[in-house]
Design a protein around this ligand. Structure first.
Ligand SMILES: [Zn+2]
Length: 75
């Protein structure tokens, strides 16, 4: 299951939605996520100014459950 704790553990901090989708092979929508509004910040993954995801709504969690995680589990 994809969690923000897992993302922080891997990247050191929160990253943007596009990088989450790419890194974890998920297809989260804007409405699936919480952001640290109001201003975009530099994403540590793609180095672009993006809205950084700080958490997932229930719909996002459900997607992360049914989506296969392509990364190696470290736990
Ligand atoms: Zn990014």
């Amino acid at each position: 299951m994809l969690t923000k704790q897992k993302i922080k553990k891997q990247f050191g901090r929160n990253i943007c939605r596009r990088c989450i989708n790419k890194s974890y092979n998920v297809s989260l929508l804007n409405t699936d996520c919480y952001y640290n509004f109001p201003y975009p910040q530099k994403c540590p993954c793609c180095n672009e100014m993006k809205n950084i995801v700080t958490g997932f709504r229930l719909s996002g969690y459900l997607k992360s459950i049914v989506t296969k995680n392509t990364l190696n589990e470290t736990e």
